[in-house]
Design a binder for this molecule. Structure first.
Ligand SMILES: *Cc1c(COP(=O)(O)O)cnc(C)c1O
Length: 398
């Protein structure tokens, strides 16, 4: 490819909150000749991933795997459970919450949108209050994001479920875990979630190209009477074909090889260890940010995300110019500010195949880039992150 930049040596620091870096083992697992997706070898692969992925969502019910990006699985969650004109209680936690709401509108649903300043997660009390007001039970679903990737704020699905139950409301609970699955603790069955939406390219360490719907019995019942049009996204045919180890149309065969490998890797490390690694890298990042004297966008620790930290630049400094300077000088890519916080924040992703060394490297490049770009800050952020990670290692060793 023609480029007027000279070759950059070594590893590119891809610190966007997804797609995240792909482990070599996953790349090698996908490096396979294509096979017949109606043949016996594929049947074995399909069984392996269809069963394996349930252990990641923590469900014993079917998980549907689509050959699409996460946005497709968002649509699938809505069109399989709802009917035109149904009210859906949604939360404006940030840009992704807003996009899901816009999708609901385009599909002919009526979103009821709880607004926020994009600096916290969904408040279960606000959800409970809206459901109590809904005497006629027009709200058919509550949709929240486990992790709002544009702001770095989580919501707590188990608390949202409790709020729905406390209001005595029959609404379904739909949860987007696209940037939290396999990174932050998640339990589809135990938390009473009806549809969980997942994606490949964030915590699951895969290339973009597959997405998921985990479904509850209640969601399956709702799908029988749901009247929104659906064909490609329809659960019924998928679930029926998956029982025979096949798919109704061509699956993303080679990504499924990668998925089987990624599931094995997650269990080899242990999901609990995967989650605590993400917690540690996130806390190290936040300590660096505070030491620099910069502000974390998410303002309440109750909502801190373990997969992405969004950082506000001081007034008068453009975050996109900072990102460009960091990329040109140090070959590091951050997530951009999206929607109404465009140009105001940059986002450090610390998810997927990321370790202590990666994050310390990324934070060191960031501290240097702040200097190069002339962003007012204090030194010592990397040291604070190192001190924290060092202390945590000592604790683990004892
Ligand atoms: C990335 C993301 C999406 C969109 O997924 P695509 O794979 O880009 O279609 C939706 N929701 C959240 C929370 C995300 O992080």
């Amino acid at each position: 490819m023609a480029s007027n930049r000279s070759r950059t040596a070594g590893r590119h620091f891809l610190q966007i909150p997804g797609p995240s870096p792909i482990p070599d083992r996953v790349l090698r697992a996908m490096d396979m000749p294509i096979i017949d997706h109606r043949g016996p070898e594929f049947g074995k692969l399909a069984r392996r991933v269809l069963d394996g992925v349930k252990t990641i969502f923590k469900t014993t019910n079917p998980v549907i795997i689509y050959p699409s990006s996460g946005t497709g699985a968002w649509e699938a969650a809505l069109v399989n459970t709802l009917s035109p004109g149904d009210h859906v209680l949604m939360y404006e936690t940030g840009q992704f919450g807003t996009l899901w709401k816009k999708m609901a509108e385009k599909l002919g649903l009526v979103p009821i949108f709880i607004e926020t300043d994009w600096r916290s997660g969904a408040d279960p009390k606000a959800i409970e209050a809206k459901l109590r007001e809904d005497k006629e039970k027009k709200i058919k679903a509550v949709a929240v994001l486990h992790n709002e990737t544009s702001t770095g704020c989580v919501s707590h699905p188990a608390e949202v479920r409790k709020a729905i139950d406390a209001a005595g409301h029959p609404a379904l609970l739909l949860v987007d875990t696209i940037s939290s699955l396999a990174s932050i603790d998640y339990r589809h069955d135990e938390w009473g979630v009806d549809v969980t939406v997942g994606g490949a390219q964030k915590g699951l360490m895969l290339p973009p190209g597959v997405s998921f719907n985990a479904v509850s019995d209640k969601a399956l019942v709702a799908s029988k009477s749901s009247a929104l049009p659906k064909s490609f996204w329809g659960w019924e045919e998928m679930i029926a074909m998956n029982k025979t180890n096949y798919f109704p149309y061509t699956p993303a065969t080679n990504i499924l090889y990668g998925l089987a490998e990624a599931i094995d890797m997650l269990h080899e490390e242990g999901l609990e260890n995967v989650f605590s690694r993400h917690d540690r890298l996130a806390e190290a990042t936040r300590r660096a940010v505070r030491s620099w004297g910069l502000e974390i966008l998410c303002k309440d620790p109750k909502y801190y995300s373990s997969t992405i930290t969004a950082i506000l630049l001081p007034e008068g400094h453009n975050a996109d110019q900072f990102r460009t300077a960091a990329l040109e000088n140090f070959d590091i890519a951050y997530g951009a500010g999206l929607g109404k916080i465009a140009g105001k924040v940059f986002r450090i992703g610390h998810l997927g195949d990321t370790n202590d060394g990666t994050i310390i490297g990324a934070l060191a490049l960031t501290e240097m880039a702040l200097g190069v770009a002339g962003i007012p800050h204090k030194k010592g952020g990397v040291q604070a992150a190192m001190d924290y990670i060092g202390e945590e290692s000592k604790k683990r060793a004892n």
